[in-house]
Design a binder for this molecule. Sequence first.
Ligand SMILES: Nc1ncnc2c1ncn2[C@@H]1O[C@H](COP(=O)(O)OP(=O)(O)O)[C@@H](O)[C@H]1O
Ligand SMILES: [Mg+2]
Length: 306
Amino acid sequence: MNSVISIANLSKTYESGFQALNNVSLEIENGEIIALLGPNGAGKTTLISIVCGIVNASAGMVTVNGHDIVRDYRQARASIGLVPQELHTETFETVWNTLAFSRGLFGKAPDSEHLEKVLRSLSLWDKKDNKIMTLSGGMKRRVMIGKALAHEPDILFLDEPTAGVDVELRKDMWQVVRELRESGVTIILTTHYIEEAEEMADRIGIINKGEIILVEEKQALMQKLGEKRLILHLGQPLEAIPEALEPFKLSLKDGGFNLVYTYDVQQDSSDITSLLDAIDKAGIQFRDLETMQNSLESIFVNLVKK
Ligand SMILES: Nc1ncnc2c1ncn2[C@@H]1O[C@H](COP(=O)(O)OP(=O)(O)O)[C@@H](O)[C@H]1O
Ligand SMILES: [Mg+2]
């Protein structure tokens, strides 16, 4: 995979003295959907704003399609579309003019075919002559995406695309984003909804207090998610795990009072039967047992708590 955006050692301290980003490095791959997941105030908008040239970095370097965002600002910015967190549209303008004007700002020649394609892909074609103030909230959001795509960028940033949007509209938005990716656009979205990252992303980057604390393929995260633990609460503490139980790769916790078995949810349940059998044969007695499942939520909460 080749990177379309390369972020190296990026830091940002605002004039107030507040450090919003601390040494962030991230490679964004061509054609992927990457979700930057983090709580409010984590630095997501700051990161996006730097890549899009709205905020200056204090340290570090970013290239977009090989163009340095400071030295080659125009080339770098030309390949980026940004849908900001706060929607501000010229409410008296028509949908068509909003897109056409935005395209012009990037110095691109008018191209009604492209604008038609964008509007159709966002199911806005029949609204092209409507004033934005007459549209519903969901449509306004789609107009903002259309505006961001008017100059034919191959990278799209969506900053909290569904914050404050009801569940049904959120699903529509996800579908729109998937279709955009299929058309070859690389998508970086930020969200504080775990479900959104889970649903949409090829990769998930978890950001907290200005640092990226984990970047992983969603599939790999899902495997962690599929991991379950069986915890046996013992009547008497064990000093060591008996040899006969070694194949189960158990661990001993809480001063020997808890015996923990980690297994895959998809795994054959006969393994648990044979474990319990072996424990019985080893003469170990337990008072109680419980199972626990990792979820993206628990992974996230643990990471963010640290
Ligand atoms: N212009 C600014 N001046 C000072 N602090 C700011 C400014 N913009 C954002 N911050 C602070 O930086 C932190 C990160 O903000 P932001 O990037 O908007 O986070 P997120 O998008 O993850 O919610 C927050 O604590 C925010 O208050
Ligand atoms: Mg934000």
